[in-house]
Design a protein around this ligand. Structure first.
Ligand SMILES: *Cc1c(COP(=O)(O)O)cnc(C)c1O
Length: 424
């Protein structure tokens, strides 16, 4: 669907929904309801994905196994808890374009960033910098600054931040690559978001990984806003590590267990320093309870603890839906649906507000960020009262995500109607 063929009337949205091959997935999710029983217009999958209706049965299955089997559930539950995290491995690998041995579901996102940096951020006097986005998510900023301090360096010298050109909101691929070429010799680690949380800009991860490696840097991506949003090819693109949470586009539920990717080239890097725990220990001898840590090969070797089964269960329900829908199909709908949102906003609001998300589909995912100076917070509250759930980020950004798995063209149409009414 190209921009020129979108139309402004409500019939168009209904016709698009009628011929959307993914439309039926909407009925697999619970939509939040207002007090009067009406469903909210939910465009907030970039913050917390909706609950698949199958989630309760996945959790209940494990509650039942715990009730019936107690500790024996580790081996004798229908889905034994001992290897339970592995029930997620294949579909997680598929989602991010990795080999199964390169991914593991564990911990939460910021914890994983720290664990990965413990191994892959090894600053020296000549090469001590970390390159991040200037507008990186706060947790990432705190994490990298604390790593720099932990190693005895000073963020004022060792933190390098990418900034857009004056008057622009997004980074240019060429500027990123030339910065890496210029500063690369002093950069120990490049750690960028795959998709920037504020602007929705999708970075050229393949190009950045190649540019970083040419200069001998470690390259990592925080995929919080990319996993489940953009088709990824982590193995081929070749970053050293990546990490992401699973409660945004991946619908795993509030605070759900996160995931990490470690490229195959490090699968047997047993000489790398790492923080160890028994779940990363060679499983064949894990229960001999010996004192010497022997890491497992691949990403699993970075695990610390036995995982929270009740928190993994909802994620199983969700990744099965992703597997069924297919990331390629989701992306095709996403490009069309986000393009439609952009088209309607342009029609209604041209000149009044700026869209800061890149205009080209290849540079964004399922998110449009609108800059609303001054009265944005109040506007966001007014929209919420009118049944619209979007997201407000200080100081001036309203972010909405038409999620291809459960949002419709009519959702987008209705949103723009209500948004126009609220702002004009
Ligand atoms: C959502 C998000 C986080 C959240 O971190 P948690 O450890 O899951 O609380 C961190 N970084 C980015 C880029 C995010 O988008």
């Amino acid at each position: 669907m190209i921009g020129a063929s979108y139309q402004t009337d409500a019939d168009f949205a209904a016709a698009m929904d009628a011929r959307d091959p993914l439309a039926h997935f909407r009925s697999r999710f619970f939509f939040p309801k207002a007090k009067d029983g009406s469903e909210y217009l939910y465009l907030c999958g970039h913050s917390l994905g909706l609950q698949p209706k199958t989630v309760a049965s996945y959790i209940e299955e494990e509650l039942r196994a715990w009730a019936d089997l107690g500790v024996e559930g580790h081996f004798h539950a229908k889905n034994p808890w001992m290897p339970y995290h592995r029930f997620l491995t294949e579909q997680t690998a598929e989602l991010v374009g990795a080999n199964p041995s390169e991914v593991v579901v564990m911990n939460s996102l910021t914890v994983n960033l720290h664990l990965m940096m413990a191994s892959f951020y090894r600053p020296t006097a000549d090469r001590h910098k970390i390159l991040i986005e200037g507008s990186a998510f706060p947790s990432d900023q705190y994490a990298v600054k604390s790593q720099i301090l932990f190693h005895g360096f000073n963020p004022a010298d060792s933190l390098l931040e990418l900034k857009p050109r004056v008057g622009e909101s997004c980074m240019r691929d060429d500027d990123i690559e030339s910065l890496i070429a210029r500063e690369g010799d002093s950069i120990a680690l490049i750690m960028l978001g795959g998709v920037n949380y504020a602007t929705g800009q999708l970075f050229d991860m393949k190009g950045i990984a190649a540019a970083g490696h040419r200069k001998g840097c470690m390259v990592a991506f925080d995929l919080a806003h990319a996993a489940g949003n953009i088709p990824l090819h982590l193995h081929d693109w070749g970053p050293d590590f990546a990490a992401w949470c699973t409660y945004k586009y991946l619908n795993g539920g509030p605070g759900c267990v996160a995931a990490s990717f470690v490229h195959e080239r490090h699968a047997r890097a047993f000489d790398l320093p790492r923080f160890a725990g028994w779940w990363g220990h060679n499983e064949k001898i894990r229960f001999r309870m010996g004192p010497e840590f022997q890491p497992m090969e691949g990403a699993e070797g970075w695990q610390l603890s036995n995982p929270p089964i009740l928190a993994l269960a909802p994620l199983r329900a969700s990744v099965e839906i992703f597997h069924e829908a297919g990331m390629k199909n989701l992306r095709a709908k996403s490009i069309s649906l986000t393009g439609y949102l952009e088209f309607l906003l342009d029609q209604q609001l041209a000149g009044k507000f700026a869209i800061i998300t890149p205009r080209e589909p290849q540079h964004r995912g399922a998110q449009i960020s609108i800059r609303i100076p001054n009265r944005g917070r109040e506007l966001c509250d007014r929209l919420a009262a009118d049944g619209v759930i979007g997201d407000w980020r200080e100081p001036d950004t309203y972010r909405i995500a038409p999620v291809p798995l459960y949002n419709s063209y009519q959702d987008v149409y209705r949103f723009v109607q209500r948004f126009s009414k609220a702002v004009l």
